[in-house]
Write a protein that binds this ligand. Structure first.
Ligand code: 5FU
Length: 260
C-alpha cells in the first residue's frame, strides 16, 4: 500500500528524477506543503517566497496571471528555489493536441520548459499530449503531473476517465511525477506522487465551485502526498505564520499515516 510507505522509500521507487527529488526534499525539509502562489505581481510573489520558502517542498505557479512577467522574475524565482530547496510546478494544465502543446511548453513569452521542474497536463486529448511533452522535456530533470481528478464541484471527470488517465501514464513512466487527484484509490504505484489541491484547515467552498477538505481528510483518508494550499496561506493576515501552521499540521497527518 503506497500510502503507508515513507517518502524516503518511495524516492527509491520513483522512476522520474523530479519525483525522486520531490520525495527527498519532503523528507529532508519535513514538509509536504505545496504553496500555490496565485498572485498577479512578481514582487508580491518573490516577497511571499522570501518569507515562506523554507516551509514548502513545492511552489505552484500560474505564470500567465502575472501582470509584470519578465525573464528576471524567473531568474529570481529559480534563485529562491535553490536557496530554500523547493521545486517549481507550473500549473499550466495543457489540454491541446501534441503539436500545439510542445510549442506551448517550449516557446512564447514564458518558455515554461526552461524553468519549471514540472508541469500539469490534462489527459483529455489522448496520449499524444504525453508523447509531445516527453519529446519536449529532458526527463532527467523535468516531469509531468497528470490531472486524474479535480477538486471543483460538478466537474465532468468520470471514474472511467480517471482510470484511463492512470493507464495512459503507464505508457510514459519516465515522464510522470504523479497525479493531481483527490482519492487514494486512483493509483497504486508508490513511485508516483499524489498532489491534492482544494485544502484548507476547515472544510468549505468558495463562490466559484472550489471545494475544500481538511488536511486530516486529504492525507489520512484520501491519500494525498503533497498538499496544495493557495488562499489558505496567501490570503491570510500573516502568510508566514499560516504557512508554518499548515506545514506542521500536514506533516503530523503524514507521520500518523505512515505509523499505521
Ligand atoms: F487541478 C486542480 C484542481 O483540481 N483544483 C485546484 O484548485 C488545480 N487547482 C489549483 O490549485 C487552482 O488552479 C489553484 O491554483 C490552486 C488552489 O488554490 P486555493 O486558493 O487553495 O483554492
Amino acid at each position: 500500500d503506497r500510502i503507508i510507505l515513507p517518502y524516503e522509500k518511495r524516492a527509491e521507487l520513483a522512476v522520474n528524477p523530479v519525483a525522486k527529488q520531490l520525495f527527498t526534499i519532503m523528507a529532508t525539509k519535513k514538509s509536504n506543503l505545496c504553496l500555490s502562489v496565485d498572485l498577479t505581481s512578481s514582487i508580491d510573489i518573490l516577497d511571499l517566497l522570501e518569507k515562506v520558502g523554507e516551509h514548502v517542498c513545492l511552489v505552484k505557479t500560474h505564470i500567465d496571471i502575472i501582470e509584470d512577467f519578465s525573464d528576471n522574475f524567473v531568474t529570481q524565482l529559480k534563485q529562491l528555489a535553490q536557496r530554500f530547496n523547493f521545486l517549481i510546478l507550473e500549473d499550466r494544465k495543457f489540454a491541446d493536441i501534441g503539436h500545439t502543446v510542445s510549442l506551448q511548453y517550449s516557446k512564447g513569452i514564458y518558455k515554461i520548459g526552461e524553468w519549471a521542474d514540472c508541469v500539469t497536463s490534462h489527459s483529455l486529448p489522448g496520449d499524444g499530449i504525453l508523447k509531445a511533452l516527453n519529446n519536449a522535456m529532458d526527463c532527467a530533470n523535468r516531469g509531468v503531473f497528470l490531472l486524474a481528478e479535480m477538486s471543483s464541484a460538478d466537474n465532468l471527470i468520470t471514474p472511467d476517465y480517471t482510470e484511463a488517465t492512470v493507464k495512459m501514464a503507464a505508457k510514459y513512466p519516465e515522464a510522470i511525477v504523479g497525479f493531481v487527484c483527490q482519492n487514494k484509490k486512483t493509483f497504486n504505484e508508490p513511485g508516483f506522487i499524489q498532489l491534492t489541491p482544494g485544502v484548507q484547515l476547515e472544510s468549505s467552498k468558495d463562490e466559484l465551485g472550489q471545494v475544500y477538505n481538511t488536511p486530516e481528510k486529504v492525507i489520512l483518508e484520501n491519500g494525498a502526498d503533497v498538499v496544495v494550499v493557495g488562499r489558505g496561506i496567501v490570503a491570510a493576515k500573516s502568510p508566514e505564520t499560516q504557512a508554518v501552521i499548515y506545514k506542521d499540521t500536514l506533516w503530523k497527518c503524514y507521520m500518523k499515516r505512515i505509523s499505521g
